[in-house]
Design a protein around this ligand. Structure first.
Ligand SMILES: NC(=O)CC[C@H](N)C(=O)O
Length: 377
């Protein structure tokens, strides 16, 4: 059994490292995440379907993995790249090492990569396709595969991660997040048990946990549910989830959202916001290398406050295409891109970042409360 692994990029760069996790070969869009912790939440976030994720923090795996910090029961990402894997993790919550976790879940890991050099390539040339392999270690062959692999743009990656049927969601937030840092949403109890239908394009579970914690009844429906199917459930509000890939091919979702606008309050997060923006008439473009991390500064234009946010996206709404009636409520302070929109008359709003955190700061958890207020009025 070989211990080596290689990551080849479509620009011809090859990184050699040591294998951990599963063996095999996968292609994906190579992206980077700047979070210092939260690797288990990142690994289980379905929005990484189709991507090979590089962690910029130099040591990963030091607290192992546990049963609770999961955003889904399946790993959708295509590979995991780290500078140094911690082989002697320690945490009272730990049930397994990261190495074993990736092996059990069939995800290839590579360690010993100069992640700073890799990130500089992605930052200067933009996100690109790569191939991660433990079975083919021939540079030229891997580069060729990276160049011939399909690009993530234009593909519907939601259909691979969305659920097949409706389900009820019953879990609140984990006890560990109920400390002195308790998210504001959980302190806002509903005066009545609002029924939220959550459209699942690959939803992170901390979102329905927040809604449940607030006292809502939560029904999860597949990402391809029609407006009629959603309205038949008689929701008080509709939530549009995060999800993987390019939003532009997801015309079935845009059509469903158009059928809901003006009839029910709508709240979207990340992909959900992008689809909401498209339904309102806005256009999407691909960012050069995206925002992925747990400390992205966002200006709330209404309050003037800066929220430190958790993010994971490679596409964005084009600020110049947002139609009349749609306000830009939040702006990214690093690159001035759209981070939040609202249409008052249609009772719809969305954010590009992740108020559910997991992992990340809880500055924006108030947005779940905003959704509750919208359902109340
Ligand atoms: N986390 C998400 O919902 C990501 C949205 C979309 N797939 C993007 O990359 O921009």
């Amino acid at each position: 059994m070989t211990e080596l692994a290689k990551l080849a990029l479509s620009d011809g760069t090859v990184f050699t490292g040591r294998r951990f996790g599963a063996e095999g070969e996968h292609f994906g869009e190579v992206v980077f995440n700047t979070s210092m912790t939260g690797y288990q939440e990142i690994l289980t976030d379905p929005s990484y379907n189709g991507q090979i994720v590089t962690m910029t923090y130099p040591m990963i795996g030091n607290y192992g993995v546990n049963r609770d910090d999961v955003e889904r029961d399946r790993l959708a990402l295509k590979g995991f790249v780290v500078k140094e894997l911690c082989r002697e993790p320690s945490s009272y919550r730990m049930t397994m090492t990261l190495d074993d976790y990736l092996r059990e879940n069939g995800v290839i890991g590579i360690e010993g990569v100069d992640t700073r050099a890799l990130v500089r390539r992605i930052r200067s040339d933009g996100a690109m396709t790569g191939v991660l392999s433990t079975i083919d270690l021939d540079d030229q062959s891997l580069i060729q595969k990276a160049q011939q692999s399909p690009h993530l743009v234009g593909q519907d990656l939601v259909k691979e991660v969305m659920p097949g049927a409706n389900t009820e969601w019953n879990d609140g937030l984990h006890e560990i997040s109920q400390s002195e840092f308790t998210p504001q949403a959980s302190t806002e109890t509903c005066d009545k048990s609002y029924h939220v239908v959550a459209v699942d394009y690959g939803m992170k579970w901390n979102i329905p946990r927040h809604l449940k914690e607030m006292g809502c009844r939560v029904t999860i429906v597949p990402g391809n549910a029609t407006a009629e199917e959603i309205l038949a459930l008689e929701p008080d509000g509709v939530f549009l989830s995060n999800g993987p890939g390019d939003p532009r091919p997801l015309l079935y979702a845009v059509e469903a959202i158009r059928g809901l606008l003006g009839k029910k309050p709508v709240f979207g997060i990340c992909l959900g916001q992008q689809l909401l923006g498209m339904a309102l008439g806005g256009e999407i473009y691909k960012l050069k290398f995206g925002h992925r991390g747990a400390n992205q500064p966002v200006l709330n234009k209404e309050t003037g406050r800066v929220e430190i946010t958790s993010q994971n996206h490679g596409f964005a709404l084009d600020i110049n295409t947002m139609p009349e009636g749609t306000e830009i409520t939040h702006i990214n302070l690093n690159d001035q891109t759209i981070e939040g929109i609202r249409h008052r008359d249609l009772k719809a709003f969305g954010v590009q970042y992740h108020p559910e955190a997991s992992a990340g700061p809880h500055d924006s958890a108030y947005l779940f409360g905003e959704f509750r207020k919208m359902m109340a009025n």
